[in-house]
Design a protein around this ligand. Sequence first.
Ligand code: GLN
Length: 262
Amino acid sequence: MKKFFAILMAAVLVMTMAACAGEGSNNGSGLNTVEKGVLVMATNAEFPPYEYREGETIVGIDAEIAEAIAKKLGLTLRIEDMEFDSIISAVKGGKADVGLAGMTVTDERLEEVNFSASYATGVQVVIVTEDSKITSVDDLFAEGANHTIGVQLSTTGDIYTTGDIEDAGLGTIERYNKGADAVMALKSGKIDCVVIDNEPAKAFVAANEGLKILETEYITEDYAIAMPKSNTALAEAVDKALQELIADGTVQKIIDKYISAE
Ligand code: GLN
């Protein structure tokens, strides 16, 4: 009984010390975040296997990387689900600390936010119906091709096809809020193909009969974490944590958990 009380007292003491440390230094992190002690991640949970819903919970590669970063920084992770189109402005406007959404680093986005080191590679691919006359990416750029191409609004798929195809008068772009909606439109014959990142493409093709991914690729790109330009201390801390997680193999382990090697 005496021993039990000794352990209990020791536990209470440790807990009290932990609580004090937390109060004195912003829950251990000392970082200025949108909400004290919390790392708010903006995402669009429509992008398997990087972020998607399993019941009410948002899971995926980005969710787990953010969780590992938050843990390293002594913060609790909170994920805010929003339109892909709103993520950059949420980060820029002080509503989120980080944006993880399989987000490609582009020059335009670099004007709005900072990016961490890259933690994954994405490839823009083309989904078509199995009987499609489109057999290669080049078919989309052919003179008089005039295809209707589905993309997710404001993604790099939208940006590239708008520049390369619509502005060049070679076809029309249909923009959807969700990649899955573009895929549904393709299935029902409203559009001729979908340009989207390879991993969600694989997930959508696996979940829908009669579709395939063209073997030729549109473009390869780097995914990174978007962070506010105004909070350099946070940006540096997040980047450092990410680089450590890359170096010690944690990031690769998380990716391997969701993406099986081909
Ligand atoms: N990688 C693409 C982009 O950054 C698509 C990301 C997404 O749809 N979540 O625009």
